[in-house]
Design a binder for this molecule. Structure first.
Ligand code: NAD
Length: 433
């Protein structure tokens, strides 16, 4: 196996987040704390995980960050856009994820991450009233304004490279339409102010035209549009989507492959959530919840393959609910009532009550996606990065077959991709290896 010729991660890496809310501010605060106080970046595979190389008896097991040339935490510079938050400190205080004692030592740096005025349209996020919004009204002009922001940020911060991770609100549900077919139709659509073009799509267009890899952390349509896949390929830029895999879906992709591995049947899976953050408020609007519901519902089907196993998974009632309940803030509670059956059809039940912290689970995903997207770009990759499905609830497929949903297969795919790029054999876990 020949290693790819990947240039080293020299200089500064700018990580730009459209959306400077709970997830983005928690991500920034965690990286600042790790580099200022040496606190371990828990939950980050790129920073904490080891990777086995060769056969088991070789004893080669370096940290991923020492094995692949990813950017160092010290070299990251942060930026973002938000129609409400003024800066990362204000965002962190408003969402209330982190305690004041954790924010105090890094408050000056957080305050220095000042939000740029957003391209925002309330039509797509009815529950938010944005005020820090760009004055351009034409969508083409808005995309150009975003591109100017990107170049200013690059110059002012002396960045070698940039990546963008969408941490903005989930936009209202939509289907792709004719305007999304090609880059040419999308460009004409922007000039015509086509109603089907949402703000997040303008950020993707601006990023790709500026040679900036883009990962989508929310479930709305953006990188998964034909025009964006075409643009990513022609510009030679990586894209990935969509929807950070945290909380309840993380649990689902842990449990469902286990049931399937043991050939246990599933009759129903009822999932409900209460959460009280701004995300929960946005998702309380039915048109925004529908976007999330689509992304959450797809998971089980792809893992369980009812077409292959009709007697086990051919009749599953899968229900997902999200309820906005302010007292909980960012500390979501996700309940799952799982009805399974085994030998001779006898029913059993599993209950999960996951008292999780959404942004604490999402923050390391933002870091890993940013570092790995930058690595992919330097490794000469373009288009959909399916090997990053590990982090995403509704992973975008690079080809015709749907992307893998099983967390353990996704993990193997991620690690084997890194091994191959570095000239190491894939690990198959067969008897010989
Ligand atoms: N926290 C998780 O575990 C998790 C998991 C999966 C997906 N997500 C998604 O990640 C996104 C961020 O979540 P969050 O908890 O930080 O939400 P949040 O509401 O705290 O932050 C989102 C921010 O995006 C801003 N925004 C809205 N439209 C924008 C636009 N057009 N341009 C720039 N900024 C815009 C909002 O003002 C807000 O500050 C949401 O879409 C959420 O659904 C979160």
């Amino acid at each position: 196996m020949t290693a790819r010729d990947i240039p080293p991660a020299t200089g500064k890496l700018g990580v730009l987040t459209p959306g400077l809310g709970a997830v983005a501010s928690t991500f920034i605060a965690g990286v600042l704390t790790a580099r200022q106080q040496g606190v371990a970046p828990l939950g980050s595979v790129s920073q904490m995980a080891h990777i086995r190389l060769g056969t088991r008896d070789e004893g080669r097991n370096p940290l991923i960050k020492d094995f692949v040339p990813i950017a160092k935490l010290d070299d990251i510079v942060f930026g973002g856009w938000d129609p409400i938050s003024a800066n990362a400190l204000e965002a962190a205080r408003t969402c209330g994820v982190l305690d004041e004692r954790d924010l105090a030592p890094i408050s000056a740096e957080l305050e220095g991450v000042v939000a740029m005025d957003a391209v925002f349209d309330q039509k797509w996020v009815s529950r938010l009233d944005g005020t820090r919004v760009k004055k351009e009204t034409n969508k083409w002009d808005q995309a150009m304004a975003l591109m100017a922001d990107i170049e200013n940020f690059r110059t002012e911060n002396n960045c070698d490279r940039l990546v963008m991770v969408w941490c903005g609100s989930t936009e209202a549900f939509q289907q792709a339409s004719a305007v999304h077919e090609t880059v040419a139709s999308f460009e004409q659509g922007m000039k015509d102010n086509d109603d089907n073009i949402s703000p997040s799509q303008l950020y993707v267009y601006a990023a790709l035209q500026s040679d900036v890899p883009f990962a989508n952390g929310a479930p709305n349509l953006s990188t998964d549009l034909p025009c964006m896949m075409e643009l990513a390929k022609t510009r030679g830029v990586p894209i990935a989507g969509k929807d950070f895999k945290t909380g309840q879906t993380l649990m689902k992709t842990l449990i469902a492959p286990g049931l399937k591995a043991r050939m246990l049947g599933l009759r129903g899976w009822y999932s409900t959530n209460i959460l009280g953050n701004r995300d929960g408020e946005v998702l309380d609007a039915p048109e925004n919840f529908k976007t999330k519901e689509e992304s959450k519902l797809g998971v089980l089907h792809k893992i369980l393959e009812p077409d292959v196993y009709p007697e086990l998974y051919g009749n599953v009632d899968h229900v997902v609910r999200i309820n906005y309940y302010p007292p909980r803030g960012d500390n979501k509670e996700g309940w799952d009532a799982i009805d399974i059956f085994g030998w001779m059809g006898y029913p059993m039940q599993i209950k999960i009550d996951f008292l999780c912290r959404d942004s604490i689970l999402a923050a390391p995903i933002v870091l890993d996606l940013a570092l790995f997207m930058d690595l992919a770009h330097r490794a000469g990759e373009s288009g959909v990065q399916e090997w990053l499905s590990f982090y995403l609830k509704a992973p975008q497929s690079a080809g015709d077959a749907p992307a893998e949903q099983d967390l353990f297969i996704q993990q193997t795919k991620l690690k084997n991709t890194l091994r191959e790029w570095m000239g190491e054999q894939a690990v198959t876990h067969s008897e010989v290896g």
